[in-house]
Design a protein around this ligand. Structure first.
Ligand code: AMP
Length: 388
């Protein structure tokens, strides 16, 4: 279903599903990469549509609340576009209809889709309600394309629907990495949790040259080998799974850090670098150490393709950010095809290097990883591409 169509002369009132799920701390957006990328579609459709209404999820709200409102995103969109973006604090109903009829507003943003449980439950009723006042639908939220949610798989049933340009770009770039598989690629994973990534590690292992694992999740692996890890991050219920992976057919491809930045109290922000063998029961591993940076560097620089997702330590704290900073710079300098998968890794690149030194910065963290696993994602290639 990826046949190209052209000459979409009149999209009418367009609803776009973007991924505007950005980090917001105390009402401030700390990384707006996804907003920038989501706005690129406007150049293409501005003259072909009557009104343009963006929609997105934000975080994982348990109920409607200020913490998860998209209002700050509408404000940021207005600043980026230098045009008023009208924020509608509803998902469907009177206010949405009135905004579409108002001559004052060309660009709108509706509230967080996850404020209605119909989104996550993939409700058809919800899809009908939201899509009701619109003429066409563009799905451009790569970062949500691995979810079986209403806006991903059901909204499109009720309108003329298209796959947006950002989706197309993401798929094209990740396909480059997959088709380069014969030249080999290295995946570098970091972040806090192993539980999110166990399946992924299992599925990726046969495909990659090496899988380098930093961040908090490597301590569950070390624990599974009987090491003292002190008070470092540990997911008890995954110890045996971690051990199984290390001893699996491709387990030798897992490369773990050999030394770490450690502290006894995160708040003190003090640090010393130690080999894993020297941990005592008070130590907390908060970053990879200098020997690991050179070890990882050797693997990264000898590969033709690199995919990176997740920080190497608590990079938000200056004294714990060294490993992530150095790894960012090493990948930036490499002549390999380099692809960064979403979220915190994009923030790290923004903080320690420059996005321009990387071949592809994906807007989707989880989605890009699942795509690399070779999974068919619910939201990928289900509509014709929009070509204007
Ligand atoms: P994730 O959402 O799983 O990608 O995790 C990202 C978070 O992992 C960041 O906020 C980091 O501060 C955190 N992180 C990375 N390494 C560690 C570590 N060694 N200990 C605690 N947190 C970590």
């Amino acid at each position: 279903m990826t046949e190209m169509i052209s000459n979409v002369n009149d999209l009418g009132n367009v609803l776009i599903r973007s991924d505007l799920n950005v980090p917001i701390i105390n009402g401030n957006i700390t990384d707006d990469y996804r907003i920038y990328k989501s706005m690129e579609i406007l150049d293409k459709i501005m003259d072909n549509s009557k009104t343009i209404t963006f929609s997105s999820h934000l975080g994982r709200p348990k109920k409607k609340g200020l913490d998860f409102t998209l209002e700050p995103v509408a404000k940021r969109m207005s600043e980026i576009l230098n045009k008023k973006v009208n924020f509608i604090d509803e998902l469907y109903g009177k206010k949405v209809k009135e905004s579409l009829q108002s001559a004052d507003y060309k660009i709108n943003l509706i509230e967080n889709l996850r404020f209605d449980e119909g989104e996550v439950n993939n409700s058809d009723e919800f899809a009908k309600n939201v899509t009701n006042p619109f003429d066409s639908y563009i799905f451009d939220a790569f970062g949500a394309s691995h979810r079986n949610h209403s806006s991903v798989v059901s909204f499109g049933k009720y309108l003329n629907s298209y796959q947006g340009p950002l989706m197309g770009k993401e798929i094209e770039q990740l396909d480059k990495l997959l088709s380069n598989e014969k030249n080999g690629y290295v995946v570098l994973l970091g972040g806090a949790k192993i539980s999110d990534k166990l399946n992924l590690i299992e599925n990726l292992l046969p495909k990659v040259e090496h899988l380098l694992i930093g961040g908090g999740m490597c301590f569950t692996f070390y624990k599974s080998m009987g090491y003292e890890i002190g008070k470092s991050l540990l997911e008890d219920s995954f110890i045996s799974e971690a051990n199984k992976l290390l001893n699996s057919e491709h387990g030798h491809k897992i490369i773990l850090p050999t030394d770490f930045g450690v502290t006894e109290l995160i708040e003190s922000q003090s640090r010393e670098d130690l080999n894993i063998e020297h941990f005592n029961n008070k130590h907390i591993g908060i970053d990879i150490g200098p020997n690991t940076v050179s070890l990882f560097s050797d693997y990264l620089l000898s590969s033709k393709n690199i995919f990176w997702n997740g920080p190497m330590g608590i990079f938000e704290i200056d004294n714990f950010s060294k490993g992530t900073r150095e790894i960012t710079r090493i990948i930036a300098k490499s002549s390999a095809y380099t692809c960064i998968g979403g979220g915190d890794s994009v923030s790290a690149v923004n903080k320690f290097s420059n996005l321009k030194y990387f071949n592809h910065i994906s807007t989707g963290g989880g989605a890009s990883l699942e795509y690399l696993e070779g999974k068919k994602l619910p939201g990928v290639n289900i509509y014709n591409s929009l070509i204007i």
